[in-house]
Ligand binder design. Structure first.
Ligand code: MN
Length: 225
C-alpha cells in the first residue's frame, strides 16, 4: 500500500500572515512529502508494506516508526489549522473547563508546554484512559497513540514549522498558531471518540435479521429486570 501526501485543506496563502505560503511550500511540500517518500521506500518488502499507518506506528521502531509517525502527525497538524474562524463545540468546551478550569487556562498551559519542549517535537491535546483531557509533550515523532490515548489536537514545534516566518522565536509562532486552530477538527475528533464509545450501547438500527435478533434480546433482557 503506497502512502500518499495529503492535500492541504486550504490554499497555500490562506494562512498568511501567520504562516506564509513559503513556509507551507517547505513544511508540506518538502518535509511532509519527505516523510511520505521515506516511509514508502522503507516499508517496501517488509511486514509493514500493507499495514495501515496507525498500525505501523504501534508496531514498528527506528526509521520506519519515525517516518510513519511524522506522516500521521503532519496530517493531524495540517487538518488542525485553518484560515477561517472556528469555535470549540459545546461538549469540547465543557471538557476543557472541567479539566483545565477555562479555555484561557488551557491555552496558557498548552502554549507554555510547547514553548518549553526541549528540541524538536509535538505537543498534543488527548483523551487519556480515564477519558480526561491531557496535554502531552513528545520529543521527535512521538504522539498519544503510543500511550493508547486518543489524539484531539497537535502543534508542531520542530523548527521547520516556524523558522522561515519567526526565525528562532518559537513563543511568537505559538501565540499566532493559536489563532489558526481549526476547532471544528478538534471537536470532530472528540465526537468520533464519543460515537465509538457509545456504539455498543446504542440500539442496532439496521434492518438486518441479526439486528432484529440483537434488539429482541436486548428488550427481553430489560423486561426481566
Ligand atoms: Mn513539521
Amino acid at each position: 500500500m503506497e502512502h500518499k501526501l495529503m492535500e492541504l485543506p486550504f490554499d497555500k496563502d490562506a494562512l498568511e500572515p501567520i504562516l506564509s505560503a513559503e513556509t507551507l511550500e517547505y513544511h508540506h511540500g518538502k518535509h511532509h512529502q519527505g516523510y511520505v517518500n521515506n516511509l514508502n521506500a522503507l516499508i517496501k518488502g517488509t511486514e509493514f508494506e500493507e499495514m495501515h499507518l496507525e498500525n505501523i506506528i504501534l508496531e514498528s521502531e527506528g526509521g520506519i516508526f519515525n517516518n510513519a509517525a511524522q506522516v500521521f502527525n503532519h496530517d493531524f497538524y495540517f487538518n488542525g489549522i485553518s484560515g477561517e474562524e472556528t469555535k470549540p463545540s459545546h461538549h469540547l468546551l465543557e471538557l476543557i473547563k472541567r479539566d483545565f478550569g477555562s479555555l484561557e487556562a488551557f491555552k496558557e498551559t498548552f502554549l507554555d508546554t510547547a514553548a518549553k519542549l526541549f528540541g524538536s517535537g509535538w505537543v498534543w491535546l488527548s483523551l487519556n484512559d480515564g477519558e480526561v483531557l491531557e496535554i502531552e509533550a513528545h520529543s521527535n515523532a512521538g504522539n498519544p497513540l503510543l500511550r493508547g490515548h486518543t489524539p484531539l489536537m497537535t502543534c508542531d514545534v520542530w523548527e521547520h514549522a516556524y523558522y522561515i516566518d519567526y526565525r528562532n522565536a518559537r513563543a511568537a509562532y505559538l501565540e499566532k498558531w493559536w489563532e489558526l486552530i481549526n476547532w471544528d477538527f478538534v471537536s470532530q475528533n472528540l465526537l468520533k471518540f464519543d460515537e465509538k464509545r457509545t456504539e455498543h450501547i446504542t440500539p442496532c438500527n439496521d434492518n438486518s435479521e441479526l439486528c432484529e435478533y440483537i434488539d429482541a434480546l436486548d428488550r427481553a433482557d430489560h423486561s426481566n429486570t
